[in-house]
Design a protein around this ligand. Structure first.
Ligand code: ADP
Ligand code: ZN
Length: 614
């Protein structure tokens, strides 16, 4: 690693303190900033909520010139710019929502050196016009946010990102920093190649998110009702519910409203103006639950989202981590609950197979779907599993996820049933779905095709289990990757997923276990899945009243400013104020998250709130 420049870092620490109100850098922030301050390119992979923005904001404030930030979501640029202005940074944005006059004016102030940061969209940059205007401006740093969008191997490919490689030629002397929250090795290599960051130092942080409490449960057939139950157990907190379809998002939102929860739907089928308004409403509200498709997502920078519920599962572990990562960016406890079922797996495999990408990209995507489901249904610590998936070694168990709280080690050994099922699938020719396989195992032929197989050795070997027990076993084998389920001729069919694994199963080198006992009837089955409904602990006690009063003050203030509450102060900052009760500008400056500008602006008001409760 290169030696950080001490003088530059000292100034960087002062800016962190004075402008953003934080005492020390987090994780790799300091190293990334040192690299950029030294004028060198960098690629930083930091988890959501890890504080990627200050990695380019601070160099932009310290180096001469304007910091150019390429950010993919227009609606969010506005909030980022508001938040920066709130802490006294001269920030502006250029996007399609501005009039030509406003745009020219912004560019002029950039030329005059009156801006610290300029946010632009990749679409705008892809057009040559803006690039040619930027050539006349002195840039301090170029930051490319959500850099994984440049890669087809990632999960959010955006063609406009490809044009960003040209920035290397136009601004050879300006350090460029690519940041993202999710990129495996292959995606990172692609980012370097496409964005011309061959020489860039790479910083990859741990993917751990210690404040997230993860759990997953098989869908129990109650659909929306279960989601409503999960949400109402968390009433009064902002949350996000992901559905796989527009109709799903709509019906969840209306079911939640019927249950008395403030909720809106968000998906790509809505008019752009409606979408923008709903996104705004969500950001500005303290307890709204958004029921959305993944159209609602990238860059949802609301830091106080307290839970993310997947009413339908995401399409890969990368997507999962990014989506659940939207919860708890402020570092306070937050929960993620994912619901999943075999039909979801089939749908996602089919989608992956139907994209028009090259064959190896499709195969990689199908593999990602299967890995996701073995994670969801697996019994290992969830946070440790995700970290291992992203290549971390020596990951300790989190102690808070559903699997840590109720270990699956006391599950039932189903190796024998697994052998029966896999051989039944293989012997009948790997072309039938669950229904026929179960009839075959039970020796209950329904038609001539079933009867044709009645001479096989697997016919009727499975009578100790009932049909429901077999269904559970087959689900388990699919999630574990022993059987694969694909659509053939529009019908789901099972086949042995991997020869080596199947062989290990029959030689006794591989055993399979299951959390529930397939011999037991439904009513007796474990209540493990209810684990997720217990609420996150909420701080209470004497500070609580003051905390609530501060929240109310913040809500009024935010409404008056037309800004989201967290732009003023985060929950965590309010909580610290509630317990330390700082009086005056200086004392308020000592609170984490309060910089000079806001301390001066709000010291009196906060003192009045504290006084009011004495
Ligand atoms: P992301 O990496 O997800 O883009 P952000 O840059 O939005 O994260 O930062 C997440 C939150 O963490 C922000 O509210 C930011 O103010 C806060 N933050 C950033 N750096 C620090 C730090 N060094 N100490 C404490 N909080 C920080
Ligand atoms: Zn765990």
């Amino acid at each position: 690693m290169r030696r950080p420049q001490e003088a530059g870092l000292k100034q960087a620490r002062q800016v962190l303190r004075k402008v953003f109100g934080y005492d020390r850098f987090r994780g790799l922030q300091e190293q990334v900033i040192a690299e950029v301050l030294a004028g060198r390119d960098a690629l930083a992979v930091l988890p959501t909520g890890g504080g990627k923005s200050v990695c380019y904001q601070i160099p932009a404030l310290l180096r001469p010139g304007v910091g150019l930030v390429v950010s993919p979501l227009i609606a969010l640029m506005a909030d980022q710019v508001d938040a920066l202005r709130e802490v006294g940074v001269r920030a502006s944005r250029l996007d399609s929502s501005l009039s030509p006059e406003e745009r020219s004016e912004t560019l002029r102030s950039a030329v005059r050196g009156e801006l610290d940061l300029l946010y632009v969209s990749p679409e705008a940059l892809a057009s040559g016009f803006l690039l040619s205007r930027l050539e006349g401006i002195r840039l301090s740093v170029i930051a490319i946010d959500e850099a994984h969008c440049v890669s087809q191997w990632g999960h959010d490919f955006r063609p406009d990102y490809r044009a960003l490689g040209r920035l290397a030629d136009i601004f050879p002397d300006v350090p460029r920093l690519a940041v993202t929250a999710t990129a495996d090795g292959r995606t990172r290599a692609d980012i370097r190649a496409q964005l011309r960051l061959e020489e860039a130092a790479e910083f990859v942080a741990s993917f751990d998110r210690p404040n997230l409490i993860l759990s997953a449960e098989r869908k129990d057939g109650r659909g929306v009702e279960r989601v409503v139950e999960l949400v109402t157990a968390r009433r009064g907190r902002p949350g996000l519910v992901y559905a796989s379809t527009r109709e799903g998002a709509e019906s969840l939102a209306s079911a939640l409203r019927s249950a008395g929860v403030t909720s809106l739907a968000y998906h790509a089928g809505l008019d752009p103006a409606v979408r923008a308004e709903r996104q705004r409403a969500f950001l500005h509200d303290d307890e709204m639950v958004m029921a959305a498709t993944v159209a609602f997502g990238m860059g949802v920078d609301k830091p106080d989202i307290r839970f993310v519920i997947h009413a339908d599962p995401p399409k890969s572990l990368e997507a999962y981590w990014q989506e659940v990562g939207r919860a708890g960016r402020d570092g306070e406890l937050a929960e993620a609950v994912a619901l999943f079922g075999p039909a979801d797996m089939r749908r996602l495999v089919r989608w992956a197979q139907e994209t028009d990408a090259s064959e190896d990209v499709r195969a990689a995507q199908v593999r990602k779907v299967r890995q996701l489901f073995s994670f969801l249904d697996g019994g290992a610590c969830r946070r440790a599993s995700v970290r291992r998936y992203f290549g971390e070694r020596e990951t300790e168990d989190c102690g808070t996820c559903d699997n840590c709280r109720a270990p699956a080690s006391d599950g039932t050994d189903i190796t024998r049933y697994a052998q029966m099922a896999v051989s039944a699938v293989v012997r009948t020719g790997q072309r039938f779905g669950r229904g026929r396989i179960i009839q075959h195992l039970l020796g209950e032929p329904k038609d001539q095709i079933d009867r044709d197989h009645s001479g096989l050795s697997t016919f009727g070997v499975g009578r100790e289990l009932d049909a429901r027990g077999w269904r559970m076993v087959l689900d388990q084998l699919v999630y574990d990757g022993l059987l694969a389920e694909d659509d053939r001729d529009n019908r789901p069919s099972l086949h042995a997923a991997d020869r080596e694994i199947a062989r290990a199963l029959f030689t006794g080198d591989l055993s399979v276990s299951m959390r529930d006992d397939p011999l037991r009837k439904r009513a007796q089955r474990s209540g493990r899945k209810r684990a997720a409904s217990s609420r996150t602990p909420e701080p209470s006690g004497q500070d609580d009243e003051l905390y609530q009063a501060l929240r109310a003050w913040r809500a009024d203030q935010a409404r008056a400013m037309g800004a989201p509450p967290y732009v003023i102060f985060h929950d965590r900052t309010l909580r610290e104020i509630a317990s330390l009760r700082p009086r005056g500008v200086e004392a308020l400056c000592g609170i984490s998250g309060v910089g000079d500008t806001r301390a001066r602006r709000y010291a009196d008001a906060i003192e009045r709130v504290i006084e009011g409760l004495r």
